[in-house]
Design a protein around this ligand. Structure first.
Ligand code: IPE
Ligand code: IPE
Ligand code: MG
Length: 271
């Protein structure tokens, strides 16, 4: 039984059936309004454990399966020419999980980077990590740093991976950094505005989040991108992350295209 579970998990990660970047005229994109795509999409990749349980597998097998989903969604985001894809991989609250699950996840992140960095680089992806990275294992920090360095001059999709990330923690770190500058006279507190604050966050240089997707049925932010999602649209689906397909992602894009975004104002047809 164990062999079967591990075998399945390993072959899922190895992912023999590679999904290529879908081209503009791919049937996957049929009926899509390209002028109404979000530019920055953020995803709360939830439901790995529940999916695995439903398959009679260990929770950790769900995380392994989720890596394959992530790979396919990144390829789809590239095909869509999104400006940024930001994914929630590990929260500041996830340390509350059993030590075995936490260390499995840390190893999985490391294995993922080891296997995928070169291909992401070839796909012109700019990877960036968000969160309190110094709280992660040293070797993982090094891999993250190396991946960011390798891809720093790329011009394709910005792929932000949130690990040991909490929106409140990120805001506190930004406040500490600005307050430090004010205390040593580098900054006049009255000059702090939204743009400066935005630039002090881990997501500096990214556009605001247009769309937050959360899989597996729960409808909450769980401390994700509290500042950046100020005017985001939300899309919730019952599908668990390991089964969230490129088709599901495109369905979210189509739903987004139908939203009436008013930003507090009035749209012409509503006057
Ligand atoms: C999301 O899946 C992945 C992480 C939080 C790392 P979960 O592990 O939260 O799966 P569920 O929500 O328990 O099903
Ligand atoms: C949010 O999922 C964090 C990630 C997807 C990494 P959780 O499963 O940790 O969120 P809660 O506990 O249901 O709020
Ligand atoms: Mg969860």
């Amino acid at each position: 039984m164990l062999k079967k579970i591990l075998g399945k998990a390993v072959s899922t990660l190895a992912g023999g059936d590679d999904f290529a970047i879908p081209q503009h005229d791919s049937p996957l994109f049929a009926g899509l309004d390209w002028d109404k795509l979000p530019r920055h999409v953020a995803v709360i990749m939830d439901g790995n454990g529940r999916w695995a349980k439903g398959q009679g597998m260990l929770r950790t097998a769900g995380h392994t399966a989720g890596v394959k989903t992530l790979k396919n969604i990144l390829k789809t985001a590239i095909g869509l020419k999104l400006d940024a894809l930001t994914v929630y991989a590990f929260s500041t609250e996830n340390w509350k999980r059993p030590e075995t699950e936490v260390s499995f996840l840390m190893n999985l992140f490391s294995e993922y980077l080891h296997k995928e960095v070169q291909e992401m680089h070839e796909d012109n992806v700019q990877i960036h990590f968000l969160g309190r990275l110094e709280g992660l294992p040293k070797s993982l920090q090094q891999q993250m740093h190396d991946a960011e360095e390798l891809m720093k001059d790329n011009t394709g999709v910005k792929f932000n991976v949130a690990a040991n990330y909490g929106g409140q923690d990120e805001i506190i770190r930004a406040v500490q950094s600005l307050a430090g500058k004010a205390a040593n006279g580098e900054l006049n507190p009255a000059d702090i505005d939204e743009a400066m604050f935005d630039n002090s966050l881990d997501t500096a240089g990214n556009l605001p989040v247009d769309l937050v997707i959360r899989t597996s049925g729960d409808m909450r932010l769980s401390n994700f991108l509290l500042w950046q999602a100020a005017y985001a649209e939300f899309y919730f689906t019952d599908v668990n992350w390991p089964e969230f397909s490129p088709e599901c992602f495109v369905a979210a894009m189509k739903d987004f295209a139908s939203r009436d975004r008013r930003f507090g104002g009035l749209n012409d047809n509503k006057k």
